[in-house]
Design a protein around this ligand. Structure first.
Ligand code: NAD
Length: 348
């Protein structure tokens, strides 16, 4: 017995997502997600919000990230396991669901490993547009793993950087990143130390994976007037920046209730002042106010960004037909006859 169309859920696999991104264009897809995030951050108050629900182990974390507005509900399942790459597995993998608030039915089930890289890059670039010095032609990219190229392409597309200076403790990661960015139009400089990487950079992105309080940037490495985009510190006990840098910076966060648990600011007093980025985007709080200011986007990743990204994918998948129809929901002829549906299927 075949389910009716109303019970089939569009499913975007990794393969379909890759085709979708190429069909739309990588830059265009990142731009579309940035536009969607910007629109949703402007109506921040219309969302149900909660810090993500995390299950920790000594080697990593698995998280559920839910949010909803009046019309849609979304959640993402995501992990963070820095040691995974040693076994040929990814540090971060994800999938997610977009659902209809009226019926509660899922509208989309999607891979979100690639989508997380796109939305994290879009979010970084959106923050940098409001916070980075102008102009900001050069970015240091510290941590050259799975997220890195996406960050560079987004900063090129949305902020206009023309140069990236790469550093990773593993030179093979830097070589991979430099190779992937050849032909991007960016000038790519592989650096041997983090000090060399940040030389002359207006934007410093840290995107490393290590389950500890690391010091990827020490206080003396960060001069005035730069924008820091700190992505890798996103879990209790997992940070990248020396605390002294935080005391010199104006700090911008997604959702304080979550960032105080997970972000760089877990190193600070619970009442240390921070600015919510949505307020800057909505014009309710200033972004950078002084060219000599150090601005810090203490990025941890928030559910509304995934909600925005899933809505973009939902639209694009329908436009392109790049999805499979998944038999995910029971669809008895009589909605109350679930048992009868099961019995009729016997031997069918
Ligand atoms: P990855 O494991 O693919 O890459 C991490 C890279 O960091 C590796 O190449 C590793 O060699 C390098 N590294 C580790 N310590 C370093 C150091 N001290 N200096 C320089 N390089 C170092 O991981 P990924 O998928 O690229 O993710 C990177 C980080 O970003 C992870 O910590 C992940 O949890 C985080 N993340 C955050 C968000 C967000 O929204 N804020 C989203 C996705 C991923």
């Amino acid at each position: 017995m075949l389910p009716s169309d109303k019970a089939l859920v569009p499913f975007v696999s990794v393969d379909a997502m890759m085709q979708l991104i190429h069909r739309v264009g990588l830059r265009e897809m990142i731009e579309a997600i940035a536009i969607a995030i910007e629109a949703d951050f402007r109506r921040w108050e219309s969302f149900d919000k909660t810090p993500r629900v995390a299950a920790h182990s000594p080697v990593g974390v698995i998280e559920l990230m839910p949010t909803a507005d009046d019309a849609h509900y979304a959640f993402k399942y995501v992990n963070g396991h820095p040691r995974n790459t040693r076994d040929g597995l990814q540090t971060v993998t994800a999938f997610g669901v977009l659902a209809d608030m009226t019926t509660g039915y899922p509208l989309l089930l999607s891979e979100m490993t690639l989508l997380t890289a796109l939305r994290t890059a879009a979010m970084s670039a959106l923050a940098a547009r409001h916070l980075a010095p102008d102009p900001a032609p050069t970015m240091a990219m510290i941590g050259n793993g799975a997220q890195a190229e996406f960050q560079c392409v987004a900063m090129q597309a949305l902020v206009g950087i023309d140069t990236v200076r790469l550093f990773d403790t593993d030179p093979a990661a830097t070589a991979k990143c430099a190779g992937n960015l050849a032909g991007s139009g960016l000038q790519v400089i592989a650096c041997a130390t983090p000090e060399e990487a940040i030389e002359g950079a207006q934007i410093i992105t840290t995107c490393t994976a290590d389950k500890r309080n690391a010091t990827v940037l020490s206080d003396n490495m960060v001069g005035t007037g730069v924008h820091l985009n700190a992505i890798g510190g996103d879990c209790p006990g997992k940070t990248e920046l020396a605390a002294a840098i935080l005391h010199r910076a104006r700090i911008f966060v997604e959702y304080p209730d979550q960032t105080r648990i997970e972000g760089e600011i877990q190193q600070l007093a619970p009442d240390h002042p921070v600015t919510e980025l949505w307020q800057v985007i909505a014009g309710r709080a200033p972004g950078r106010t002084d060219p000599r200011q150090i601005t810090l986007f203490d990025s941890v990743g928030f559910a509304i960004e995934d909600f925005s990204a899933l809505r973009v994918v939902h639209d694009k998948a329908r436009e392109t037909g790049l999805f499979a129809a998944l038999d995910l929901l029971a669809d008895p002829d009589d909605p109350r006859d679930l048992f009868g549906m099961l019995m009729r299927a016997k031997g069918a």
